[in-house]
Design a binder for this molecule. Structure first.
Ligand code: 13P
Length: 253
């Protein structure tokens, strides 16, 4: 059975004090989450070490939102995958559409980061998704397939086994406009089929594919009930502990 995962991407929100308070509040409520759901917090880099200590005795997991393309050295302002791992974080989000569009991250850059994450014992949460115009022009399947082919489909099947995918249609991120469960399922089913074609039936069966884009307590259950949706990558709603916990309790399968 595939893992069920909810990851909260805080993006560039919460100073350290606020981040600690949010974590404490999530900790207090996390007893309500079924044991088979993996809940991951992805705060800004600067919070990782502190929040790692905060969640040490809980089932909560920790992720970074990005990592450097290089292992180490003279790259002012960058944070390497090994530094992230040394905080206790086990995951890293790679290829988020905000990084692709605001920081010009190409698929080549994303592929390099995925490789470094894997080398440093991190699970990469790799994002893909089409823009509004690509959706309207009905190019969403080839766009997402291309993103996967230039990144995770270049990995060995062993390495691919450690990858978590997140489908985040750009037009649904932070817009309040969620993909319908049918639209999301259609894409998740497509991605799973492509994984099977590129790797194996087992790889397709075992890979977790998360949905992201205006996911909230009121729509999470319907999305997570879809056969190929294995959880969510949550932005805005992950900043409110009650909403985030509600979403984490929204699995029915
Ligand atoms: P929102 O949930 O705020 O739409 O953000 C989704 C997202 O980008 C998560 O990575």
């Amino acid at each position: 059975m595939r893992p069920q995962i909810v990851a909260g991407n805080w993006k560039m929100n919460n100073d350290l004090h606020e981040g600690r308070k949010l974590t404490q509040s999530i900790k207090e409520l996390q007893g309500d989450i079924p044991a088979d759901v993996t809940v991951i917090l992805a705060p800004p880099f600067i919070h990782l070490a502190e929040i790692s200590r905060e969640i040490m005795d809980t089932p909560l997991k920790l992720s970074a939102q990005n990592c450097a393309t290089e292992e180490k050295g003279a790259f002012t302002g960058e944070v390497s995958a090994s530094m992230i791992r040394s905080t206790g974080a086990q995951y890293v989000i790679i290829g988020h559409s905000e990084r692709r569009s605001y920081y010009n991250e190409t698929d080549d850059v994303i592929y390099k980061k995925i490789q470094l994450a894997l080398k440093n014992d991190l699970y990469p949460i790799v994002c893909c998704g089409e823009s509004l115009s690509q959706r309207e022009n009905e190019q969403y399947f080839p766009v997402v397939e291309d993103q996967l082919e230039k990144t995770v489909f270049k990995l060995s099947s062993e390495d691919f086994g450690r990858v978590i995918l997140a489908y985040e249609p750009v037009w649904a991120i932070g817009t309040g406009k969620t993909a319908t469960p049918e639209q999301a399922q259609e894409m998740h089913g497509f991605i799973r089929q492509k994984i099977q074609e590129n790797f194996s039936r087992d790889a397709g069966e075992n890979t977790a594919i998360l949905y992201g884009g205006s996911c909230k307590p009121s729509n999470a259950a319907e999305l997570f009930a879809q056969p190929d949706i294995d959880g969510g990558l949550i932005g805005g709603a992950s900043l409110k502990s009650k909403d985030f916990i509600e979403i984490s309790k929204s699995f029915s399968k």
